[in-house]
Design a protein around this ligand. Structure first.
Ligand code: HEM
Length: 531
């Protein structure tokens, strides 16, 4: 029987007809029944016709969809597709529907108008393997657990107040880098590598104190760098397990296996720090691991929180370690790659470099060391940071969002569970929004209210809405303080015969294809500058 025949009115009609009783009331009933059924059927077909369709997108092949045509440089590939298919387009990647959003208006619909609906993540298999099953702040679904983790990070580690209280730790790491560069003056230095180490040491010193010194510090620093870089590479790799969840158990590309191996190395380091911390507490020590400092570090606070039995949303040991993972993976590459791109763009434009140095001279002075407190008074340098994040947003497609129910964006239907990419990279280079979009021009941000706080959908290097980056204040301090110090204390040039190459390489975190190697020289003859 067809679906229409199951309507209850039909039963009334059927029984009327089978009784062969065609008196006027029955006839009226029959007619009104026919009328009601016709209206119902018409409404259903009209509803079907007017329900929004899926977004447009390139035709795919049976079973695999668009997978064979996927270009690994996703940000440029998605940008080219958007030119052809518009600001909301779909790609069928195996069984997974991906949606790419490429205009300020449609990004606003996702990140503001339907923020709660899109506040979930579609967790890739690699991310689950990296973060104890996806229980970290970055990957946890929107809900009470996410709120608890977010609050803990925002208030206890990354608030302006907390950051102020641990400035000495950041300062110490920046000064260590200055001392290292002084020794290397006149020789080529891998800028990204040095800035990665600086940011990493800042973050770990905020997490568990200046725990590792001397040789141990060097060894763990090198270890972390390789692990973070391998993790972000694996997170950006297309994975069959995501496109065909039925095949995930076979881990055909070995991505989850490799990721588990990397996560284990992290886990060992975390265990080591936790063990030291618990031992110190057992011995009655209350300060951070480097001793002497009264403020509790983040790990100490998390361990106390974990032991709170009456907490509404308890923090487990794996949840605690996943949070440490987020800070180390989410905070390092993003900030250090931004510093590296900024350095490269600045060195490429001597006019910009001299404006930065003039501003530093006026605000910091020739005879002073740059302090974090100066950065609020360096508007030109701030414009340089904004312009760097416009042209080279650290996460060009943000972190993919996932709707918790079917919804509509740009008039198209986005099914529950799709993977939604916001192409911030393309929006930041859209000629209808930015004049000379490919030119590095910090001046466009001077006397402009455009900021990365998540209210302007033309510019969103940190995302927007509930899942906006939780580390903005920290990133701002690290990037500006480092750049100010690098250009106040040193002049920089490329090795003889080298040309600046600004080519990007896609990954969940965007990087310079060719690492920036540059030669520092001292700007001051005063040795106190380099202590
Ligand atoms: C230049 C530096 C940075 C950039 C450009 C950046 C950018 C982003 C972006 C685009 C997102 C995703 C937003 C979305 O889902 O729409 C994000 C999320 C996140 N970022 Fe950052 N980030 C930076 C530095 C940091 C730092 C220093 C930390 C911590 C120490 C951090 C921790 C996180 C975390 C934990 C999330 C996930 C938040 C959530 O899902 O609720 N980030 N970041």
């Amino acid at each position: 029987m067809s679906r229409a025949m199951s309507h209850p009115l039909l039963h009334t009609l059927q029984s009327s007809l089978s009784g062969h009783d065609f008196s006027l009331p029955h006839l009226l009933l029959l007619l009104s029944g026919i009328f009601a059924i016709s209206c119902w059927a018409w409404r259903r077909s009209a509803e079907k016709k007017s329900s929004p369709s899926l977004p447009p997108g390139p035709a795919g092949l049976p079973l695999v969809g668009n997978l064979p045509f996927l270009d690994p440089e996703l940000h440029t590939y998605f940008t080219a597709l958007a030119r052809k298919y518009g600001p909301v387009l779909k790609l069928q990647l195996g069984k997974k529907l991906s949606v790419i959003v490429t205009s300020p208006a449609t990004a606003r619909e996702v990140l503001k108008d339907s923020d709660i609906m899109f506040a979930n993540r579609d967790v890739p298999a690699a991310a689950r393997a990296a973060t104890y099953g996806g229980c970290s702040l970055v990957w946890t679904p929107y809900g009470p657990k996410w709120r608890m983790l977010r609050k803990v990070c925002a208030l206890r580690l990354l608030s302006n107040h907390k950051l102020d209280s641990v400035y000495d730790r950041r300062r110490r790491e920046v000064r260590k880098t200055v001392r290292y560069l002084k020794i290397r003056a006149g020789s080529p230095v891998n800028v990204g590598e040095q800035m990665f180490l600086t940011v990493l040491n800042v973050i770990t010193s905020m997490l568990w104190g200046g725990t590792v010194q001397g040789e141990e510090r060097e060894r763990l620093g090198a270890d972390f760098r390789q692990v973070v870089s391998d993790i972000t590479d694996l997170l950006g790799k297309p994975n069959i397990s995501d496109f065909y969840p039925g095949l995930a158990q076979f881990d055909l590309q070995g991505i989850e296996r490799q990721m588990m191996g990397l996560a284990k190395r992290f886990d060992r380091i975390f265990e080591q720090m936790i063990e030291k911390k618990l031992k110190m507490e057992g011995e009655g020590g209350k300060g951070s691991l480097d001793g002497g400092e009264k403020s509790k570090d983040f790990l100490q606070f998390l361990l106390e929180l974990k032991d709170e039995e009456d907490a509404k949303t308890p923090l487990t040991m794996t949840g605690l370690k996943a949070l440490l993972m987020d800070m180390v993976v989410g905070g390092t590459d993003t900030s250090s790659n931004t510093i590296e791109f900024a350095m490269a763009e600045i060195m490429n434009k001597p006019g910009i470099l001299s404006k930065i140095q003039q501003e530093l001279e006026a605000v910091v002075g020739k005879d002073n060391i740059v302090e974090e407190s100066h950065i609020r008074r360096l508007p030109y340098l701030h414009a340089v940071m904004k312009e760097t994040l416009r042209l080279h947003p650290a996460t060009p497609l943000l972190v993919p969002h996932c709707p918790s129910a079917d919804c509509t964006v740009g008039g198209y239907m986005i099914p529950k569970g799709s993977r939604v990419f916001i192409n911030a990279w393309a929006i930041h280079r859209d000629p209808s929004i930015w004049s000379n979009p490919l030119e590095f021009c910090p001046e466009r941000f001077l006397d402009s209210k455009v900021d990365y706080g998540g209210n302007d959908f033309n510019y969103m290097p940190f995302g927007a809405g509930r899942r906006i980056c939780v580390g903005i204040a920290m990133a701002e301090r690290m990037v500006l303080h480092s750049l100010a110090t690098l250009f106040h204390s040193f002049d920089w040039k490329l090795p003889e015969g080298e040309k600046m190459d600004l080519t990007e390489q896609f990954g969940i975190v965007l990087k310079k294809k060719k690492p920036l190697v540059a030669i520092p020289s001292l700007r001051s003859s005063d040795p106190h500058f380099y202590e």
